[in-house]
Design a protein around this ligand. Structure first.
Ligand code: GBH
Length: 444
């Protein structure tokens, strides 16, 4: 028998175990302490945009309960906590002088993490663009990228944080926000989408440059949702379609950041649909390819496409229908990034599963399916590391059940259950399982 099959997967002693959240999904308190409105407040107010008319107005009330949540993180023995900073708390209209109360909240959070020996990882933008910037064109307006760099500088100078992430999933903003209309700002327009794409990447580059200039020694990178893309069958048509899809899913974001150029085939396809290329000014790709220090990798699902370029599902799906469960995809994408975009350590900044959870009479939440998902994906991560992928850390999405964007509160990704009526937190069985993994560094 193969030794490796029997012995438990043991992670390196310095491997970092963590959990992730995002401001609009957990904080609530959307009108408190001077926070300005964001595009998601606006989007949620339109009937039909979000399931059951839900919004982030109260969410998991983390803005008021952050101390309790910090204790949860510590009780689970996690070494890293990834959260996002709400731009409209720091600059209510997206520019100008900072709102002290907004900064104070994140200072208290970062201090609370330090007291508990947990290291912070802050995302600067997890989709809550100040509404006033949207009114001036949002990500279609190049100026938004400049405003973002200014906002980033305020955060860098105010908060004692070593590791930063610029933009969370630019691809989701482009696709869901501008192409499919399922996220704020809710447009369905390919021409505008890819202009926004360029400015999101520019914002990433400008903000990375500012950090390097002002705070050498700190680290920064983007958080990219990567989708390993496979042909659904062994025909040349399917292989070709998969390559094209890989451009839209992965290379469109990885190539400019790592190589300072857009993938030619993808840019050609985009240029047939709109004016993105006109917005790429001299020097932009130099900014976008500002060397990064870490790459945030977010993985949920692979994409299989047939010869017509249609997505097909080959494996079991989760409650979230877009999520095809395929742990091998995480192995494949980590190995591929290491091979094609070497030299930057990877941090898994999100991976997780929505399940239909409830509290049993004995007070437990038996989320066996989530445990299986996490175990299989951690095992895939471990195998990728054995194959040479440089992965420093893993963050489960998510610490808490939260506002799952267009799905409202109907999908629960947390390892901690939130009863929204009482805001009571209950660690699910997966949280207790994850605590043991984090403690032992071993998958059994
Ligand atoms: C991540 O997005 C986000 O960073 C996080 O905030 C989120 O809670 C988590 O994953 C779980 O979803 O509009 O039909 O394509 C993952 C990418 C984008 C996948 C939106 C689901 C909605 C289906 N997600 N998409 S559709």
């Amino acid at each position: 028998m193969d030794e490796a099959m029997n012995s438990p997967a043991r992670f390196p002693a310095d491997f970092v175990w963590g959990a992730s959240t995002a401001a609009y999904q957990i904080e609530g308190a959307t009108t408190e302490d001077g926070r300005g409105p964001s595009v998601w407040d606006t989007f949620c107010a339109v009937p039909g945009n979000v399931r059951d008319g839900d919004s982030g107005e109260h969410a998991a009330d983390h803005y008021h309960r952050y101390n309790e949540d910090l204790d949860l993180i510590a009780d689970l023995g996690l070494a890293s906590y990834r959260f996002s900073i709400a731009w409209p708390r720091i600059q209510p209209t997206g520019s100008g002088k900072p709102n002290q109360k907004g900064l104070d909240f994140y200072r208290r959070l970062v201090d609370g993490l330090a007291e508990r020996g947990v290291r912070p990882m802050a995302t600067l933008f997890h989709w809550d663009l100040p509404q006033e910037l949207q009114d001036r064109g949002g990500w279609e307006n190049r100026d938004t990228a400049e405003r973002f760099a200014e906002y980033a500088e305020i955060c860098y100078d105010a908060l004692e944080i070593r590791d930063w992430l610029t933009i969370n999933e630019p691809k989701t903003v482009v696709d869901c926000g501008y192409r499919f209309g399922s996220h704020a700002p809710g447009f369905k327009d390919d021409a505008r989408a890819f202009v926004a794409c360029h400015h999101l990447l520019l914002a990433h580059g400008l903000a990375s440059r500012v950090l390097h200039e002002r705070h050498p020694g700190r680290r920064i990178g983007p958080a990219l949702n990567l989708h390993p893309t496979y042909p659904a069958d062994d025909t040349p048509e399917a292989r070709e379609a998969a390559h094209h899809q890989d451009g839209l899913e992965n290379r469109l974001y990885l190539d400019p950041v790592f190589k300072g150029r857009y993938p030619e085939d993808t840019l050609r396809w985009i240029s047939e649909r709109g004016p993105m290329a006109d917005h790429i000014l001299d020097g932009d790709l130099g900014v976008i390819s500002e060397p990064i220090d870490v790459l945030g990798v977010q993985y949920y699902t692979p994409v299989f496409v047939d010869g017509k370029g249609e997505r097909v599902f080959r494996h079991e799906r989760a409650q979230a229908e877009w999520l095809e469960i395929y742990p091998e995809g995480l192995h494949d994408i980590l190995v591929r990034v290491q091979r094609d975009y070497p030299g930057v350590p990877m941090i898994i900044t999100e991976n997780g599963l929505a399940t239909v959870d409830g509290i049993d009479a004995d007070g437990r939440v038996r989320d066996q399916r989530r445990i299986a998902y996490l175990r299989d994906h951690l095992s895939a991560t471990h195998r990728a590391m054995e194959a040479g992928a440089q992965v420093e850390a893993y963050h489960v999405w998510s610490l808490l059940d939260n506002f799952e964007w267009a799905e409202g509160y109907s999908q629960r990704f947390g390892i901690v259950y939130v009863d929204y009526a009482t805001q009571q937190r209950t660690p699910k069985d997966s949280a207790l399982w994850y605590r043991d993994v984090a403690k032992s560094g071993e998958l059994r």
